[in-house]
Design a protein. Structure first.
Length: 136
């Protein structure tokens, strides 16, 4: 597993824990940073910081394009995979769009369900389609 893939997994773990515990993801990162693989720390910090800074817009996009799902009723893991991928699709300057989607689908396949990966792919495709029209 590449260091960036490890960072995405670490970020997903932190986002998941933050959601479950209703805790600050930035505080959790601060507490857990030394437990992470050294190579993954910087990218994990970049992901968590970016998601935290843009969370309102990210969640608005999820709520808009996740047809048939309320944010509160969506599986926690799927919601956070979407947060991670949408941040990378829209704000990351170093991650190609195809990689962001591929990594999100890999996380969904590994840790959620086959249906989740199809659903996540659909939402991310819609976000990518409207990306040129978004004001960030």
């Amino acid at each position: 597993m590449s260091s960036r893939s490890k960072a995405r997994k670490a970020a997903l773990d932190l986002l998941y824990e933050s959601d479950i515990r209703k805790a600050s993801v930035a505080d959790l990162l601060f507490k857990r940073i030394t437990e992470m693989d050294y190579e993954a720390r910087e990218f994990t910090k970049e992901l968590i910081s970016g998601i935290d800074s843009n969370r309102r817009k990210i969640d608005e996009l999820i709520a808009t394009y996740a047809q048939g799902w309320d944010m509160d009723r969506m599986p926690v893991l799927d919601r956070n995979i979407l947060r991670l991928a949408i941040f990378e699709l829209l704000w990351s300057k170093t991650v190609p769009e195809a990689v962001a989607i591929s990594e999100a689908l890999e996380l969904a396949t590994s840790f959620s369900t086959e249906e989740s990966s199809k659903y996540i792919n659909g939402v991310l495709s819609k976000v990518l389609e409207i990306k040129p029209d978004l004001v960030l």
